[in-house]
Design a protein around this ligand. Sequence first.
Ligand code: AMP
Ligand code: ZN
Length: 469
Amino acid sequence: MRIYNTLTRKKEEFVPLEEGRVKMYVCGPTVYNLIHIGNARPMIVFDTFRRYMEYRGYDVNYVSNFTDVDDKIIKKANEEGVDSSVISERYIEECKKDMAAMNVKPATTHPKATEEIDGMLEMIGTLIEKGYAYVAGDGTVYFRTRLFKDYGKLSHKNLDDLQGGMRSLLVSGEDQKEDPLDFVLWKPRKEGEPYWESPWCEGRPGWHIECSVMSKKYLGEQIDIHAGGEDLIFPHHENEIAQSEAANGREFAHYWMHNGFLNIDNKKMSKSEGNFFTVREIGEQYDLQVLRFFMLSAHYRSPLNFSRELMEAAKNGLERIRTCAQNLKFLSENNKAQELTGEEKENLAKAQAFVDKFNDAMDDDFNTADALSAVFELVKFANSTAGEVSSRAYAKALLDILLTLTDVCGLIVLKEEELLDGDIEAKIAQRQAARKARDFAKADAIRKELLDQGIILEDTREGVKWRRA
Ligand code: AMP
Ligand code: ZN
């Protein structure tokens, strides 16, 4: 696998720190609103890369945070007259619903900034001890940017150019900095804001420190991949590197991956200009699998323009794959012939070429656009070689290949038919019979089979009750 590394500006062979394992951190959203389709881009693309790595046999530890303390959250909380945790918890729940609707797998861990304050106090303490940070008169703690000699290595920025730009940006209250380049690790509380005790002042953390701390806690001092949208390269990720490498004394992340921006009608998405959609709004107009397909139809590093035409094209593309999958399923269940013929065996060997093409595309810095082309070639091949006279085994084998590839993309192409109430009752009766016969393994297996299809059983005094999840 080759990955484009923002740090070196090159595609590099992927060599994990530990064989067979991947430690990956993806910067998550600030939760003050419903997520927009721009936020959905890193969620979808990095979830797809995770799925691909799992398919290639890696054990992926995937951590993605929720930033739940921030000016925008506090502003909204004050407007509504509630605690800021009410706002952040509300939008974390909404974000999780959107993720599920887009078939984005939950991370291994979803830490929240407000639950990791102790770790932040510890890392800031270490940075002060090592001389990388200092406490200003009002208790603000700043990072001494110039002392970290690799500063700028990710964004390829030169400190003196930065300094020129920063002078004009100096805002009041920052005159206590030793250097305009220094950035905040901890800041004093203001009226109406959440705050925590610290050795320096009652206050709250700066934004960057949370990711350095959560990444270390859940993945260790060194990780394989750190990812997010390209707007995070500077200053967020540059500052994360400075904090982590200064505190831990070793390289932080080996590969830095950044997705390009999602624009609307070729303009930057912006709330004020009204060219802005939430995932929820798009979900009212389209199946969100269409949004997922649309995101994967472009290379993740390229800018991507959201337009109705492209969404319609994505809808048609997905439909073509779905029709093929449904057709193969029907043939695999209804055709007369059962066993593979010699010609079908040869065709299956040919179909393997599309799998290889898919894998090659994904191995080349996750080229999902080319990977989807390989899926379409497979669809075309299936449409022309599978029909009523094919064997059930042939249709089933092609379907399995198609479902494996679409599952790596996180695309649901075959909706499981809903179990009918009668089928459920029949299964429950079988389970009761198994229990009576003290065949508990069988009873458990039936329970699990139903659960896998979203049916939950509850044993009550009045008998077994069931409901759909
Ligand atoms: P935020 O809530 O602004 O911190 O953003 C959460 C994630 O979404 C970050 O990885 C951002 O880089 C990413 N992001 C925000 N807006 C866009 C956009 N228009 N296109 C692509 N990614 C975005
Ligand atoms: Zn981050």
